[in-house]
Design a protein around this ligand. Structure first.
Ligand code: ADP
Ligand code: MG
Length: 241
């Protein structure tokens, strides 16, 4: 596994977007969202991405996570441009190396917390017994051991997001991408989720990229970048959002 050459700071670069362009064409106009955008994510960090609504934060996460191919530029993981590989590679990349958490949880409503957490593992053809063991372990880790057989409709927002976090981690991804994970939570549940993310980061060196609108959340992250006019720039913790 080679380190990536353009990461020169001594920290290990886990994934890197390099000069990425992304635009959307609608009937009326072409919207340029990412313009020669570059971003490095380092192993073991909790990186926050902030920026105005509609600036392209979700698009950037999707590009990083192998969900959306950029027009030009590259996304490098373990020294390889993920979008230059086969569809099978990309599918495996999304399934095994990346976990996703979304603002509205995206849990399957008819299945329990345990089943929801197991699914990505079963999709990967993991043996059912092992998938269950891992899911149970993670649900314990996120404090949901007493709610494993509840469906999403029987859980609070904060609880659903903790299940979504467990599900995102079930395949032991190197990187967890979270798009406004506290956007639908009250202060208390939001603080609990960030506590949990920090615990997972400290205990398991789990790397996170978190898109957030919340000053409260941004203040607690290791490093902050802001997306402005299609470019990612360093920013500080005293934002006005
Ligand atoms: N599939 C799409 N087709 C056309 N425009 C899109 C599409 N997805 C996003 N956009 C536009 O691209 C811009 C960036 O969207 P997004 O990445 O969702 O922003 P953010 O997450 O920062 O709010 C917005 O102006 C949005 O309307
Ligand atoms: Mg968004």
């Amino acid at each position: 596994m080679s380190d990536l050459s353009s990461c020169t700071t001594g920290k290990k670069c886990l994934i890197e977007a390099d000069s990425v362009d992304k635009s959307y064409s609608t009937k009326r106009e072409v919207i340029h969202v990412l313009a020669q955008t570059s971003l490095q994510v380092y192993s073991g960090e909790v990186l926050g991405i902030v920026g105005a609504s509609g600036v392209g934060k979700s698009t950037l996460l999707h590009v990083l996570g192998g969900l959306d191919k950029p027009l030009t530029g590259s996304v490098l993981f373990q020294g390889q441009d993920i979008y230059k590989q086969s569809n099978a590679y990309l599918e495996k990349f999304r399934n095994c190396h990346i976990g996703f958490v979304f603002q509205f949880f995206n849990l399957l409503p008819d299945f329990s917390a345990l089943e929801n957490t197991m699914f990505p593992s079963l999709i990967r053809n993991q043996e059912r017994r092992l998938a269950k063991e891992r899911a149970e372990y993670l649900l314990h880790t996120v404090g949901m051991q007493d709610r494993m057989h509840h469906t999403p409709g029987e859980l609070s927002g904060g609880e659903n997001q903790r299940v979504a976090l467990a599900r995102g981690l079930v395949n032991q991804p190197e990187l967890l991408l979270a798009d406004e994970p506290t956007g639908n939570l009250d202060h208390h549940a939001s603080d609990q989720l960030i506590d949990l993310i920090q615990k997972l980061n400290q205990e398991f060196s789990q790397t996170f990229v978190i898109v957030t609108h919340s000053q409260r959340v941004a203040n607690r992250l290791d490093r902050l970048m802001e997306l402005v006019d299609g470019k990612v720039i360093p920013t500080n913790h005293n934002l006005v959002m």
